[in-house]
Design a protein around this ligand. Structure first.
Ligand code: GDP
Length: 195
């Protein structure tokens, strides 16, 4: 799946812009700055593919990438900007809700969680949305190189405990570091198995 080129297809700001749901896709969600762009770049082996620093002006965009011959990787807008205007947050929430509620071709959502911080309230909100929409989601811890083993285990315990309360959660947690390459082959294999 990741052997060929992954290409940027389009950025979508409204449901009318979504490409047809004619191929299986997986999406990536996470708080802004969680390391989502860096992870997508590491997965695809293309450094500049997903913008590595998002600006609040682009937060409402859902970015579609073509993967392999007939799959999509979908980069959802980062959430949790402390200073985002309410109108921006509301527009984002509306688009996200619409996308997650009716996307037949969406096979799994990867919810990225900073390995230093664990699950926050804004992450809980998106997980509840995924429960409601019956979209299976899997947690990916990012920046594992930034935590010591003891702290990592404490965060893993917290995440495991929280996930047990979400019907749509897939129990296996993937620990990654885009910096060190940890977990990247594992995540690639999980995605390749799904599509
Ligand atoms: P996004 O807003 O979720 O797309 O986050 P970015 O991909 O732009 O990453 C936010 C910051 O975290 C950047 O400064 C990255 O260099 C850094 N970062 C991302 N992944 C890692 C990682 O695995 N390890 C370390 N140490 N830093 C990372």
């Amino acid at each position: 799946l990741f052997a060929g080129e992954t290409e940027f297809l389009k950025g979508v700001v409204a449901m009318s812009g979504l490409p047809p749901a004619d191929r299986i896709e997986v999406c990536f969600a996470g708080r802004s700055n969680v390391g989502k762009s860096t992870l997508i770049n590491a997965l695809t082996g293309r450094k500049g593919l997903a913008r590595a620093s998002n600006t609040p002006g682009r937060t409402q965009e859902i970015n579609f990438f073509t993967a392999g011959v007939d799959h999509y990787l979908v980069d959802l807008p980062g959430y949790g900007y402390a200073n985002a205007p309410l109108a921006v947050v509301e527009k984002w929430q509306r688009l996200l809700k619409q996308y997650l509620s009716g996307r037949q071709s969406l096979r799994r959502a990867f919810v990225l969680i900073d390995a230093r911080h664990g699950i926050k309230d804004v992450d809980e909100e998106i997980m509840k949305r995924l429960d409601t929409s019956a979209v299976t989601f899997q947690c990916v811890l990012t920046k594992s190189d930034k935590v010591k083993a003891g702290e990592r285990d404490r965060i893993l315990g917290q995440v495991r405990e929280r996930l047990s309360k979400h019907p749509a959660a897939f129990p296996e947690i993937v620990l990654t570091s885009a910096e060190k390459g940890e977990g990247i082959p594992t995540l690639r294999a999980i995605i390749a198995d799904l599509v």
